[in-house]
Design a protein around this ligand. Structure first.
Ligand code: ATP
Length: 607
C-alpha cells in the first residue's frame, strides 16, 4: 500500500508493551501532548495561589492583631487580585491543555482505527471466520476508546495528581523543613500500607477481576442473544450453567478482592489524611523553642502546613485510582497489537489477464492451525461448467469452496484460476473474478438499492433494477412504500430469510464475476421461496464457472461434475448417472435422500 501512514508503519514495528508502547503510538503527536502537559503543570502551580494568599493574609492579620486598622488595604487587595488571577490562569490553562490533549487523543484514535482497518483489509478472509466479529469490534471500539480517554484525560490527571504533591511538599520544605517532614511522613507510610495491592500479586488479582468481569459480560450478551433458545427449551437462568457460573465467579472474586484490599486500602486512606497527627507534635516541640514574639508567625506557618498537607491527600488518592486504568490501557494496547501482528495475505498488486475461468486444485493440502482438513485434493472445473461438492458433514466442502476465494492459503499444492496461481493474482483481481454467495447474508443498514450496489459500485440504478429483476426480488422491492430507497437492517425494514437470499443473489448478478462459488441454502425452503431462489440462481449461474456446495442432491442431478468429499479427500467423482452406477458413497447418500423425499410425499398423500 503506497499510502501506509506513518502511524501504521510505526504500529508495524516490533512491539513494546504498556506505557512505553502508548508513548510510542502517541509519538508523532507528542508535541501536542508535551504542550498539554506543560499547561497542566502551570495550572497546578496556579492552583496553589489561593493557599499562598490565604497564608499571607493570615500572616498580615496576625501581624496586626493589636491594631487591625494598620492592615495595609492595598496589600490585601493585591492578594485578592492575585488569588483571582491564579484561579483564572489555572482555569484557562486546564481548558487549553484539555483541548490540546483531546486533539492529540482523537488524532491517535483516528490513526489507530485507520491502521486497524487497513490491517483488517489485508488479512485473509479466514481471519474473520476464525475470530468472532465480537473480538474485532471490542478492539476497534472499546480498546481504542480507552486509549483515547487515557490520552485525553488521564495523562493530564496523572500529571496533576503527581505534580501537586511534589510542588506542595517542596514548598513546605523550603518554608520549614521540620514541619515539612511531619507533613510528608504519612505519604511513604500510606504507600507502604497499599503495597500489597500494588505489588505483583495485587495487580494479578486486579487483572483476574477484569477477566472475570469481561467473561461475565460476554456470557450475559450471549444469554440475551440466545434468549429464544432459552425460552423454547424452557430453561431458567440457573439452568443456563455458564451464565450462573460466571456471575458467581465474578461475585466470589469481587468479595475476595474487597476482603484482601479493605485493610491496605483503609490504611492508605487513613494514613494519607493523618498529616495533622505528625505536624502537631512537631509544632508543639517547636513552639517551646521560639521566643514569645515568634508565636504568631509559627502559628501561621503551622496553619499553612495543616492546610496544604490536607490538600496532598486528594491527588495522592487520585493517583492510586489511576493505576488500574494504566493496566486497562496496557491490555487494550496488547489486543490492538495482536491484530496488527496477524499474518497478512501476500498481495501482488499487478493485474494480469487470465486464460479463462478454469479452476484447478492440484494436490491441495490444508490444515486449520494444527488440524489437517484436506489431504491432497486435485480436480478441475472447466470453464462454463458446474461442479457440485457433496459429502458427509465435516468432510471439507466449505473449506474447498473458501480456498477458491483465498480465505486462506493452501499449505502445499496449488489453486489456479485461468492458469494462474491465485497467490500470484492481485487480491483485487481475485475479488473481481470470484463471486461468493454465502449462506449467511449480511445486509448493511442502508437502502436496498445500495445493498444491491455492493456487487458493483459503478452500477447505474437501471443496472441495479435489472439485477433485482433477474434475482426475482424486484416486485417485492417495488411493493415496499419506499421501494429501492427502503432502509433495511436495524431500525429499518426487516426482510425474510428468502428475501435476503435474493438480495444477495442480485448483488452477485450485478457483480457478474466469471467464477461463482455458492453455498446452497438449506433454510427458507418453502416451495414458493425455493422456486424463486432456484430461478434467481439459474440467472446468476448462467455461463459461469460454478462450484456449488450442495445439500439437496435432487438439485444437482444435471450438473457437469459431482465431487464426493469425505475426510478431506475426493472419494468419488463423476456425473449423477456415473456415480449412481458406481454404487459407492454417493449412491448410498442418494438412496437415503430419495427415501427421505418419498417419506415426505407419502405423508403428504396420507394427509
Ligand atoms: N475456521 C475453522 N477453524 C478450525 N477448524 C475448522 C474451521 N472451519 C472448519 N473447520 C473444521 O474443518 C473440517 C471441515 O469443515 P468444513 O466446514 O470444510 O466441512 P463441510 O464438509 O463443509 O461440512 P458441512 O457440510 O457440515 O458444512 C471440520 O472438521 C471442521 O470442524
Amino acid at each position: 500500500m503506497a499510502d501506509v501512514s506513518i502511524y501504521e508503519q510505526k504500529l508495524q514495528l516490533k512491539r513494546k508493551t504498556g506505557i512505553p508502547r502508548l508513548l510510542e503510538i502517541a509519538g508523532t503527536k507528542s508535541i501536542l501532548l508535551i504542550f498539554a502537559s506543560l499547561l497542566a503543570v502551570v495550572a497546578v502551580l496556579a492552583q496553589i495561589t489561593p493557599f499562598l494568599t490565604v497564608f499571607l493574609l493570615v500572616q498580615e492579620l496576625i501581624g496586626n492583631i493589636g491594631n487591625l486598622k494598620a492592615i495595609d488595604q492595598s496589600y490585601v487587595w493585591s492578594l485578592a487580585w492575585f488569588t483571582l488571577g491564579g484561579v483564572a490562569v489555572s482555569g484557562i490553562m486546564l481548558y487549553a491543555g484539555g483541548m490540546l490533549s483531546h486533539i492529540a487523543a482523537f488524532n491517535i484514535l483516528y490513526e489507530i482505527r485507520v491502521a486497524l482497518a487497513g490491517k483488517l483489509a489485508r488479512l485473509p478472509m479466514g481471519f474473520f471466520t476464525r475470530n468472532a466479529s465480537g473480538r474485532v469490534k471490542k478492539v476497534l471500539s472499546e480498546d481504542v476508546e480507552r486509549i483515547e480517554l487515557f490520552v485525553a484525560h488521564h495523562i493530564l490527571d496523572i500529571l496533576q495528581a503527581a505534580v501537586l504533591p511534589v510542588v506542595s511538599i517542596t514548598a513546605l520544605f523550603v518554608l520549614d523543613w521540620r514541619l515539612g517532614l511531619g507533613a510528608v511522613i504519612p505519604v511513604p507510610l500510606a504507600l507502604l500500607a497499599q503495597y500489597s495491592m500494588m505489588n505483583e500479586s495485587g495487580l494479578a488479582l486486579y487483572k483476574q477481576w477484569q477477566e472475570k468481569l469481561s467473561s461475565m459480560n460476554g456470557t450475559i450478551v450471549e444469554y440475551v442473544r440466545g434468549m429464544p433458545v432459552v425460552k423454547v427449551f424452557n430453561q431458567t437462568v440457573g439452568a443456563f450453567k455458564r451464565f450462573a457460573a460466571d456471575v458467581y465467579a465474578y461475585r466470589d472474586l469481587t468479595l475476595h478482592w474487597i476482603k484482601v484490599s479493605s485493610t491496605p486500602f483503609g490504611g492508605f486512606i487513613t494514613l494519607l489524611s493523618s498529616s495533622a497527627l505528625f505536624i502537631t507534635p512537631i509544632a508543639i516541640f517547636l513552639i517551646r523553642a521560639v521566643p514569645e514574639d515568634g508565636y504568631a508567625s509559627l502559628i501561621t506557618t503551622v496553619f499553612l502546613f495543616l492546610f496544604i498537607s490536607m490538600g496532598i491527600a486528594v491527588p495522592m488518592y487520585k493517583l492510586m485510582t489511576l493505576v488500574p486504568l494504566l493496566i486497562q490501557v496496557s491490555t487494550g494496547l496488547a489486543s490492538i497489537d495482536d491484530i496488527l501482528d496477524e499474518k497478512e495475505i501476500a498481495d501482488t498488486q499487478s493485474k494480469q489477464s487470465l486464460q479463462d475461468a478454469e479452476i484447478k486444485f492440484k494436490d491441495v493440502v490444508f490444515a486449520y492451525e494444527q488440524k489437517p482438513v484436506l489431504n491432497g485434493v486435485s480436480f478441475t472445473v472447466h470453464p462454463g461448467t458446474v461442479t457440485a461438492l457433496v459429502g458427509p458433514s465435516g468432510g471439507g466442502k466449505t473449506t474447498i469452496a473458501n480456498l477458491i476465494g483465498r480465505f486462506w492459503d493452501v499449505k502445499t499444492g496449488s489453486v489456479t484460476i485461468g492458469g494462474m496461481d491465485i497467490r500470484d493474482m492481485a487480491i483485487e483481481q481475485l475479488n473481481e473474478t470470484v463471486s461468493t454467495v454465502f449462506q449467511d447474508v449480511f445486509l448493511f443498514f442502508d437502502t436496498i438499492e445500495e445493498n444491491i450496489r455492493m456487487g458493483n459500485a459503478e452500477a447505474s440504478f437501471a443496472d441495479v433494477q435489472a439485477a433485482a429483476k433477474a434475482a426475482q426480488i424486484h416486485e417485492f422491492i417495488e411493493s415496499l412504500p419506499d421501494g429501492y430507497q427502503t432502509l433495511i437492517g436495524e431500525g429499518g425494514t426487516y426482510l425474510s430469510g428468502g428475501e435476503q437470499q435474493r438480495v444477495s443473489i442480485a448483488r452477485a448478478i450485478l457483480k457478474d464475476a466469471p467464477v461463482v462459488v455458492l453455498d446452497e441454502a438449506t433454510a427458507y425452503a418453502d416451495p414458493e421461496n425455493e422456486a424463486r431462489i432456484q430461478a434467481a440462481l439459474a440467472e446468476v449461474l448462467r455461463n459461469k464457472t460454478v462450484v456449488i456446495i450442495a445439500h439437496r442432491l435432487y438439485t444437482i442431478t444435471d450438473v457437469d461434475q459431482i465431487l464426493v468429499i469425505n475426510n478431506g479427500r475426493i472419494e468419488e467423482s463423476g456425473t449423477h448417472g456415473e456415480l449412481l452406477a458406481e454404487s459407492g458413497l454417493y449412491k448410498r447418500m442418494w438412496d437415503v435422500h430419495a427415501a427421505a423425499r418419498n417419506w415426505n410425499i407419502d405423508t403428504e398423500e396420507k394427509k
